[in-house]
Design a protein around this ligand. Structure first.
Ligand code: SF4
Length: 149
């Protein structure tokens, strides 16, 4: 019986990225096929109500868990603090997971929302989780990235 899995929409070829592009990943498509998984595409930033294209966003301090706890900040290039918007996207994504019966997610690494092993903070790639990843993990979902395949 095929099982549902949340997947970052950009990895599936949907043009959801901040620059209006996708990140279609053949390894992801093969993994889904080989494991009899039905992808449920989600883009937390679009679910938050943000437009595409949209300004680039990165962490000024902390990472996903710290933003959820109001101890970190995610900002736009123009320095606007985006914590509230990104947390809204994370919560909407969690709702989709529950509606679709997903207990796992395959996410795009490096993103402020979907990062699993690394994020971008103040211009550098550093270890850390995105905001949606952190919320899903806190709610018992398994989250891995295309870099695990
Ligand atoms: S928020 Fe996630 S799904 Fe949306 S474009 Fe960024 S990495 Fe892809």
């Amino acid at each position: 019986m095929p099982q549902p899995i949340l997947v970052s929409a950009c990895l599936l070829g949907l043009s959801t990225r901040y620059d209006g592009q996708s990140k279609l990943n053949e390894k992801v498509l093969n993994y889904l096929r080989n494991h009899n998984l039905v992808p449920v595409p989600v883009c937390p930033e679009q679910l938050a109500g943000l437009p595409t294209p949209r300004p680039k966003t990165f962490f000024a301090t902390g990472s996903g868990p710290e933003v959820l706890d109001d101890r970190g900040r995610v900002i736009r290039e123009d320095q606007t603090v985006m914590n509230e918007v990104f947390i809204r996207g994370a919560k909407e994504t969690l709702k989709v997971a529950h509606l679709a019966g997903c207990d796992r997610a395959l996410f795009k690494d490096g993103s402020p929302s979907c990062g699993v092993h690394r994020i971008c903070r103040a211009g550098s790639k550093v270890a850390g989780q995105g905001i949606t990843t952190a919320l899903l993990l806190r709610n018992g979902l398994q989250v891995f990235s295309e870099e695990n395949l």
